[in-house]
Structures are given as structure tokens and as C-alpha cells.
Design a protein around this ligand. Structure first.
Ligand code: SF4
Length: 469
């Protein structure tokens, strides 16, 4: 440090070095304000250079990455970064990121889309950094519109329906899956036999079979998710019934759907179909979206334009219409806009809606309804979402990390399986983050307790009101 130049000298060197060039940075506003602040202390004038922010750019065109941190994006594009968080390495990686982002945009998004985004960035009245970047892109695309390669559709979002056709004998017993030498021990390289998991799975299976409720208390590491998912799938397959798994949080719901069920799909011979179901306000309404876009062409507020900048590409790519998959969109910050475009039961025309054939909610509902053929069965699913079985509720609560002092005040009722003729096995995942309350005691042991109930054909975890779509 002794030989290091003084801050004034270093800043002067930097300012001469950048001249009038465009400054590129990841969340560049922070660095610029830092530089300008210290430069002002030495009597300097704030930099007037244009800047391009790779974080802001990625939020517009990459709504499906888990977040927009430099490390995440670098990994996404496979950019090498040795010595992360060191100034030189981060700066080089950011430059590389800008190049990859621009290539990604030009190869996947046509001129029409980018021109619309340009319009939005103007309406958003942000500083002109994003506008100037999109302007350059659009200018380039206009120039090469006829001669350049045509953009190919980019990667789309994950589907919210999962189907497994089965690949072996579906009459697989619980012991054969969870036992020391069972299916899991062959399929999981680091499988550790857990007596608690096997015991829990047996209890769940037995509760399904005997049609009674069960509460299980089990600590971390027991392998609870598989211990209820496997018997639930087996039950649904055997009875040709539908099972509702209601979780306490959306995180757990997504973990079950995107991590646990694909693993089961890869190893279980049992066929099943699963859908990820949330309250309808989580889904964008096709009709209201169209209306909002028409509004946009007539002029919307900067706040609305900012929100659309982070919705537009996601809406192009989404399969499910579920906004929680959009990591660019801040639903709290833009709640007013989201309320304008989300599906709303009071404003929904249902099957009479001209957009029904493209509607995310209708499509998901159709998937769930076709899991069982009769409309009665479909209603039963909703009913179970509303009036839950307490079966296994504690397991989910433990996984959701809730304090032990609350117990869902769910009524115990479930439909009969009689009369079902469907040959489809199905699993729906619903989630409601609001809970009732009661009491419960912590334990790291598996502790089942049985509650008799006349019929339990549908399994619902912590289901409360307003989960159904
Ligand atoms: S059916 Fe309802 S939710 Fe779907 S697009 Fe039409 S109005 Fe929106």
C-alpha cells in the first residue's frame, strides 16, 4: 500500500482512462455513486458517462434464472471466473457477461420484441442507460433484419404438470422401496437406511389403506417427503384416486414438485401424474394481460412501464403463467400492477372467455379435472383443499420450519373413492401459507398417532381455505 497512488491520483487516472466511453458494471449505479462521491471530495465533477448495467439488462431478458447476482449469471453462461469478488476478475467477467447477454438477446429475441421493450424503457423514465442499450440492439437488428439469422425461441419456463408413465411392476411394496436392500438403496449412491423413514412410510400406507387420519412428528433427516409421497403415489395408483398434498409454504411445494417428484419419476416403476396448483391470483390472466398491453400502447405510468419491463419476456416464455417463477418481478413492489393483470375469480368469464383456450388457470384446472373423470371428484379435490385431512400435517409443518406451538385447525373430512372409474393416477400439490393454530410438541423421533375417520381417499396436507383454483 506504501507504493499505491493516493485516492485523488487513482481517481484522476481512472477518469482519464475511461474518457467518454460507456461504463459497464453489475449494479453499476453503486460503483458510480461511490466514485463520484470521492471524486467530489477532491473537487472533481461527477462523471457524465453513459453506463450499462448487466444486472438491469439480465432482469429484462433472463426472468428465469434463480436471481441476478453476478455469480449466478456467470454460471448460467458458463463464464470462467477465478478469484470472484476481486476487482479485476469481476470486471473482466462483467465485460464477458455483457457480450454473452447481447448474443443471447440477438439470437433469441426478434426485433419486434426488442422494439417493444425499447418503448417500455422510454415510458419507464429510468436514467437512459437501459434505453441506450436497447436502442443499440434495435438499431443493429434493423440494419440486419433481412440479412441476419432469424432469432430462435429461447428456453422456456418449467411446466407445472409432470407425468410418469411407469417403467416396471407397479405393485411395489413399501418395504421394497425403503428397506436396507430396497429400491432406494440401489438408486441413490449415498443411500442410508433410516428406520424412521420406513416406519413413517408404513404408517402412511396403513392410514391410507384403513382410511383414517394420521399425524406424524418427525425431525430433520428422516426423509419425510419420500415417506409420504411414495405411499401417496402407491395409494393413488391402486385406488385410481386423486391425492392432494397441501404444503404450508410455496417453497416446500416447489421443492416437492421440482426436486422430489422428478427423483421419484426417475426411479419408481409406479406411473403417476402430478400438477403444481396454487391460488389463482398467482397466475396471469390472459385477457387482462392483453388489455394491459393495449393500455401500454396508449400510455402508462413510469411505474407500470417499469413493472412491464420485468414481465414482458417472462410472459412470452411461461408455460404455467405462475408469476413466482419470474425472479425479475418484485410482486410486492409492483402489487398494484399485478392486481390488474392476475387471474381474478370475480372478473373471470370462465369457459365463455374468448381467451379460455390459452388461459393458464383453465388449462391447469383441466389437467387436474382430467385426473379424475367425474365432476364430483374434481369438486372433492377442492373440498379437501378447503376442509383438510390432518393426515401427516405435522410432517409438513416440521419441514416448513414452523414453531411447534401451532396446529392447523383443519376439519377432518374426506371423500369416498367409490364410484371412481378413472385409470389415471394423480397427485396435486396445493399450498396455502396462512395457517390455523393449535398446539403441538417437538420431537426428533417419528411419532405417529392415529385418528379414526370414516373415509380418507384424498390426502391433504395442511389445506386451508382459498387454495383451490
Ligand atoms: S378464463 Fe378467466 S382467468 Fe382465464 S383468461 Fe379468461 S378471464 Fe382470465
Amino acid at each position: 500500500m506504501k507504493k499505491a497512488p493516493s485516492p485523488k491520483k487513482a481517481l484522476k487516472y481512472f477518469i482519464d482512462f475511461v474518457g467518454d466511453d460507456i461504463l459497464v458494471g453489475h449494479s453499476v449505479g453503486f460503483d458510480l455513486s461511490f466514485i463520484n462521491h470521492h471524486w467530489a471530495l477532491h473537487g472533481g465533477i461527477a462523471l457524465a458517462n453513459r453506463s450499462w448495467d448487466t444486472a438491469e439488462i439480465s432482469r429484462v431478458w433472463l426472468p428465469y434464472t434463480s436471481d441476478h447476482k453476478l455469480t449466478t449469471l456467470i454460471k448460467h453462461f458458463g463464464i470462467k471466473l477465478e478469484n470472484a469478488h476481486r476487482a479485476d476478475a469481476d470486471a473482466t467477467a462483467t465485460g464477458e457477461l455483457l457480450i454473452r447477454l447481447s448474443e443471447h438477446i440477438l439470437s433469441h429475441f426478434p426485433l419486434l420484441v426488442n422494439a417493444r421493450l425499447l418503448d417500455l424503457s422510454k415510458q419507464a423514465r429510468l436514467d437512459d442507460s437501459l434505453y441506450s442499450y436497447i436502442y443499440k440492439l434495435v438499431e443493429y437488428q434493423r440494419r440486419f433484419a433481412l440479412s441476419g439469422p432469424k432469432p430462435k425461441p429461447p428456453q422456456t419456463m418449467k411446466p407445472n404438470v409432470l407425468e410418469h408413465h411407469g417403467n416396471g411392476d407397479p405393485r411395489l411394496g413399501i418395504e421394497e422401496v425403503f428397506a436396507e436392500q430396497g429400491l432406494f438403496s440401489q438408486k441413490f449412491p449415498n443411500f442410508e437406511f433410516r428406520a424412521g423413514q420406513l416406519e413413517m412410510a408404513r404408517e402412511v400406507e396403513e392410514s391410507f389403506r384403513a382410511q383414517r387420519h394420521l399425524a406424524v412428528e418427525a425431525g430433520t433427516g428422516v426423509g419425510k417427503s419420500f415417506a409420504y409421497l411414495v405411499p401417496a403415489i402407491a395409494f393413488a395408483e391402486q385406488q385410481k384416486a386423486r391425492v392432494v398434498v397441501s404444503t404450508n409454504t410455496k417453497n416446500l411445494q416447489e421443492q416437492l414438485f421440482y426436486k422430489d417428484l422428478p427423483q421419484l419419476k426417475a426411479m419408481l416403476p409406479l406411473p403417476f401424474k402430478a400438477a403444481l396448483v396454487k391460488g389463482r391470483e398467482n397466475y396471469v390472466c390472459e385477457r387482462r394481460w392483453e388489455e394491459f398491453l393495449v393500455e401500454q400502447t396508449r400510455g402508462i405510468s413510469p411505474y407500470e412501464a417499469q413493472s412491464l419491463l420485468n414481465l414482458f419476456v417472462w410472459k412470452m416464455l411461461t408455460i404455467s403463467g405462475d408469476v413466482s417463477e419470474n425472479s425479475s418481478f418484485d410482486r410486492n413492489r409492483f402489487s398494484t400492477v399485478w392486481r390488474k393483470i392476475c387471474s381474478d375469480r370475480y372478473l373471470c368469464a370462465g369457459r365463455k372467455c374468448p381467451h379460455a383456450s390459452r388461459c393458464y388457470v383453465m388449462s391447469l384446472r383441466k389437467h387436474v379435472e382430467t385426473f379424475t373423470p367425474s365432476t364430483d371428484s374434481a369438486r372433492v379435490g377442492q373440498q379437501n383443499t378447503l376442509a383438510a385431512s390432518a393426515t401427516l400435517a405435522t410432517t409438513i409443518r416440521a419441514e416448513a420450519g414452523f414453531s411447534s406451538n401451532h396446529w392447523p385447525s383443519a376439519s377432518l373430512s374426506a371423500p369416498s373413492t367409490t364410484g371412481r372409474t378413472s385409470d389415471e393416477t394423480s397427485l396435486s400439490l396445493v399450498c396455502e401459507e396462512n395457517l390455523g393454530s393449535g398446539t403441538f410438541t417437538d420431537s426428533t423421533q417419528v411419532r405417529p398417532s392415529r385418528m379414526s375417520s370414516p373415509v380418507v381417499s384424498t390426502l391433504a396436507f395442511l389445506a386451508t381455505s382459498s387454495c383451490s383454483i
